[in-house]
Design a protein around this ligand. Structure first.
Ligand SMILES: Cc1cc2nc3c(=O)[nH]c(=O)nc-3n(C[C@H](O)[C@H](O)[C@H](O)COP(=O)(O)OP(=O)(O)OC[C@H]3O[C@@H](n4cnc5c(N)ncnc54)[C@H](O)[C@@H]3O)c2cc1C
Length: 478
């Protein structure tokens, strides 16, 4: 027997799943998140939120909450940790990096989703599903079966949903592992500092930095690959520190210990019928450049309104498939840039020479800007067909008569920004807002924004606008 009926079940309540749940709730979709863990992760990984993700938080009214819990840092020095400041005049009102513990982000996003009406169940692992013409039956580890119209696998790199779907996950397996943890050190601070600065010259994958009174965060590469299901021990850290630094610095009293690999893989398809994949379930890569969580949150914002449109019945025929068409190439590009960054960290003479050359090239503003826009995801341009350069790009948080643009996007609806003040959204007004503002700082007469903030149309002709409203928002209401 099926105990309930939902529109969408999300497997996995990490950052991607929580963000997607909130996006779906903006459109009144009945959504259930199933998270297998009962408690948040014990390790406190500090992640970097890059510009586009910070913008998305502003677009959904979450900026204040996120800023309160994070630490702003300069936006530069993220590509392969090459120490160059960000170029001047980055086109964003939020041109910084926000360092924030991952469990804090997950909690904030989950609270946000619940406030909007999402149901979240912890301690519920998805172990199976079957799809048919009308929906998906999802099976939990305790045998309970739930029914929904769609299922989204946001269940991380080892995604059960992806494996059960039989979607191929080609790429490179993990070849190197890194231990990461926090612990106290018996050695004097000066001795540690001297050794660390000496080692940073030769091994960029090693770091040992203060993380509170008497506590250090240790990141140390290991030789070879182990069984990652087994948690690392303090002795593993000591051994690896001795191998890399010649001393274990008297490491003791660990707060938490973890390990991660450098597998690089991309799901071949993001959708099979009524089942979709997002976040790490769809793509994995090494953490260099800090892009994984950002990519997953951005997947969620791309998918949310499209899946909602499908559920609510107004989605144009191919809208849901644009999720794969738009996001798969973005992940492909991120995987490639992490491959390149990993090469640039190598201590071999060849890669070190390439690193020196790239460091020189980054003195050219255009090169620095290009890499910056890649890492921060503000350079993304989806392919919406021929048109001006702005078409398919995200619009920054520009000033309007009515306040900041992003303040008007909290509800996740489309928006027509109309500088002519003579166009109308007509029968689409239940899905798209209209804002007349001749003062808008725009290099175009009017733009139509999708709920994810990307420019879907530019022009000043009502008939052309109607065609594009139909393309993205379906048939007008009567
Ligand atoms: C050391 C390190 C540093 C990083 N730094 C950054 C950074 O600075 N910036 C950045 O953007 N990214 C960073 N990342 C990457 C980032 O942590 C991941 O990309 C991010 O966690 C992916 O989010 P997700 O929600 O897609 O998957 P996950 O965070 O893996 O969440 C998946 C969730 O699904 C649950 N789950 C799994 N299986 C099931 C099941 N069968 N049923 C129900 N629930 C299930 C899991 O318990 C988990 O809660 C870093 C990663 C590492 C290892």
């Amino acid at each position: 027997m099926h105990s309930s009926h939902f529109d969408v079940i999300i497997a996995g309540g990490g950052p991607t799943g929580a963000m997607l749940a909130a996006e779906l709730r903006l459109h009144d979709v009945r959504v259930l998140v199933l998270e297998k863990e009962t408690e948040p992760a014990s390790f406190v990984r500090i992640v970097g939120l890059h510009i586009r993700s910070i913008e998305l938080m502003a677009m959904r009214g979450l900026l204040e909450r996120i800023l309160e819990r994070g630490r702003r840092r300069p936006a530069g020095a993220y590509f392969a940790a090459i120490d160059k400041p960000a170029p001047d005049g980055l086109d964003s009102a939020h041109a910084y990096l926000l360092g924030i513990p991952q469990p804090v982000i997950v909690r904030l996003l989950e609270e946000h989703a619940i406030e909007l009406g999402a149901q979240v169940r912890h301690g519920c692992a998805v172990v199976g599903f079957e799809q048919d013409d009308d929906g998906v039956t999802v099976e939990l580890a305790d045998g309970e079966r739930l029914r929904s119209r769609y299922l989204v696998g946001c269940d991380g790199g080892r995604s059960t949903v992806r494996k059960l779907l039989g979607v191929a996950f080609p790429g490179e397996p993990s070849r190197n592992e890194t231990l990461m943890g926090e612990m106290e050190m018996g050695a004097p601070q000066e001795e540690i500092a001297a050794k660390v600065s000496e080692l940073r010259e030769t091994d960029r994958r090693f770091s040992l930095a203060p993380a509170g009174v008497g506590v250090y965060r240790v990141v140390v590469p290991t030789a070879g690959v182990t069984d990652r299901a087994a948690p690392p021990t303090l002795e593993d850290f000591r051994r690896q520190l001795r191998a890399v630094a010649g001393t274990d610095f008297g490491a003791h009293s660990p707060r938490w210990l973890s390990r991660f690999g450098d597998a690089t893989r991309l799901a071949e398809r993001y959708r099979v019928g009524r089942v979709l994949l997002a976040g790490d379930a769809a793509h994995v890569h090494p953490p260099i450049g800090g892009q994984g969580l950002n990519l997953g949150v951005q997947d969620a914002v791309n998918l949310g309104w499209k899946l909602a449109a499908q559920v609510r019945g107004w989605a144009p025929e191919k809208l849901l498939d644009t999720y794969h068409a738009e996001r798969h190439p973005v992940a492909e590009d991120v995987l490639d840039n992490t491959r390149a960054q990993m090469e640039l960290l190598s201590a071999e003479p060849g890669p070190r020479a390439v690193r020196r050359l790239l460091t020189e090239l980054m003195d050219f503003e255009e090169v620095n800007r290009h890499l910056m826009e890649k890492i921060t995801a503000i350079g993304i341009r989806y392919d919406f067909g021929a048109g001006p350069d702005l078409l398919g790009r995200r619009l920054p948080d520009i000033d309007l008569k009515q306040g900041h643009l992003y303040g008007l996007l909290h509800r996740g609806r489309g928006l027509l920004l109309d500088r002519t003040e003579r166009l109308t959204v007509g029968g689409w007004s239940d899905r798209v807002d209209h804002l007349g503002d001749p003062t808008a700082a725009l290099d175009a007469p009017c733009v139509l924004l999708r709920p994810d903030g990307h420019v879907a149309w530019i022009g000043d002709d009502q008939r052309d606008l109607d065609d594009h409203l139909a393309r993205w928002f379906g048939e007008p209401a009567n």
